[in-house]
Design a protein around this ligand. Sequence first.
Ligand SMILES: [Zn+2]
Ligand SMILES: [Zn+2]
Length: 351
Amino acid sequence: MFKIIILFAILSRIVVSIKLYRSMRVIKNAGDLYGNVIINQYDEIPIPKEDELLLKMKCCGVCHTDLHLIDSITPPNHSVGHEGVGEIIQISAKDKSGLKVGDIVGVPWHYSSCGNCEYCIKGYEPLCINRLSTGLDVPGALQDFMVAKSTHVVKKPDKLTNEEFAPFLCAGVTTYKALKECELIAGQRCGIVGAAGGLGSYAIQYAQAMGFIPIAIDLQHKLGFCKKLGAETVAINDLNTIRNSCHALIILAPSLSAYNESIDLVKRNGKIVFVSLPNGKFECDQSKVIFNHLTLKGSIVGTREDMKEALEFANRGLVKSYIETDTFDNVANVFQKLRNNEIMGRIVVNF
Ligand SMILES: [Zn+2]
Ligand SMILES: [Zn+2]
């Protein structure tokens, strides 16, 4: 009997060891309706399919959309995170992407698209009817290991560190694409609402690199950072000073009042590009839209080609990442800081 107990103890120890060997840390929504997250240490490491890579994650930027998902009524039951940077540790021998074990790649929001639907064929792959989004439809990058499509990951540019690279995967490409959607020409004025946030620092730098004049709009106490980056600045409570003065406006602040006020800030024939996701629905005076010939449009991330263009600016040193770093084990506090609006620029957690 004693021998059986010893044998059982040894066996169960082996099982636990194997389980720990194949396990990883992931974040889970605590399910307490307060959007808290907890770290679970015992999820199994995913097994990649033939067209997938297995990545050992190095770091991940934390985006307001992650918070929006976690704090929603129906949060995903897996990790969020769509600015993940990882090292390839497994790749199919049949893979044709040219990537190899040891390469450092990023996994953006645009996890995959089909390549065959009308949107993919017309060059709007982020609108693909079969698209999958990282951290929403499939597990995101806030976990020790993840799988990703070799066709849709992005190789790290040589001149960027892992932490500098991470925020380009969402914040960088999203602002670059939104600025392209403004259809401005060099010398025109682009208002950036929420310019001091995670996306704003990229928007200011891209606007300048593209030849536009960035007008940073945010709370007074945050504007010093925007000025240092070279933007003209306007405090939220001084909006009267820039009425009808911007050729285009991009809205990065998750604020409904920013949406409601936007049509008074652009010039006639101006464009307003919506990027942030405030709660609620915005109202606008349609007669102003018609008589001032305004264009209101939404913009979500960018295509793989947009990503290449956006990273080329970074690799040439024209756009930089302004980041704070923290650790994955502290991710619940990172989300809390984001909730409290206490983060300037972007925060990246290291694994
Ligand atoms: Zn994002
Ligand atoms: Zn498609």
